[in-house]
Design a protein around this ligand. Structure first.
Ligand SMILES: [Zn+2]
Ligand SMILES: [Zn+2]
Length: 164
């Protein structure tokens, strides 16, 4: 079964994506008995601000500007929050872009892949057991222990394809 976040490449009410993602994140944190602190929540929302992956530096910049309390959120706090959210699989680091994206299928461990538009950077997370099975079987046959699986596909999204 192939499931993908088809919304990424369509006009949609993105606020709704953020609401759903935040609800999921809160549920995951509650289940794991960890806290979604204010900083972690800020960072999570910043990553989810669009379907384009966000760099850590951009998050540091935006949070420093947004906070009116006089307290600046320092870079190390942002990095720690990113690490925390990544560990919980709520966000994912796109290696190709060195940037973070909110995850739609955080419950799956390995079998996700990402379609990344090289023009507008909009990225869609997709999930299928087929790829996962092939990788698992290959690893098994070679006696290899899979610790991390990165499948990133670069190309053009429907909009950018029209323009080319
Ligand atoms: Zn959206
Ligand atoms: Zn595009």
């Amino acid at each position: 079964m192939l499931a993908y976040s088809r919304l990424a490449y369509k006009n949609h009410d993105h606020d709704q994506c953020i609401v759903v993602a935040l609800k999921k994140a809160e549920a995951v944190c509650e289940k794991k008995n960890v806290r979604l602190t204010a900083i972690r929540k800020h960072v999570f929302k910043e990553v989810w601000s669009s379907h384009q992956p966000v760099g850590a530096y951009d998050i540091v910049d935006s949070l420093a500007l947004n906070v009116n309390t006089g307290k600046r959120i320092k870079a190390p706090s942002v990095y720690r929050a990113l690490e925390f959210l990544t560990k919980l699989r709520l966000i994912h680091r796109i290696s190709t872009l060195n940037a973070y994206i909110g995850r739609s299928f955080s419950e799956k461990i390995y079998n996700n892949f990402f379609l990344i538009c090289r023009n507008c950077r909009v990225t869609a997370e997709c999930s299928t057991d087929q790829i996962n099975n092939v990788i698992e079987h290959t690893a098994e046959r070679t006696g290899f222990l899979v610790e991390q699986q990165v499948v990133e596909i670069i190309g053009l999204c429907p909009e950018c394809k029209k323009e080319e």
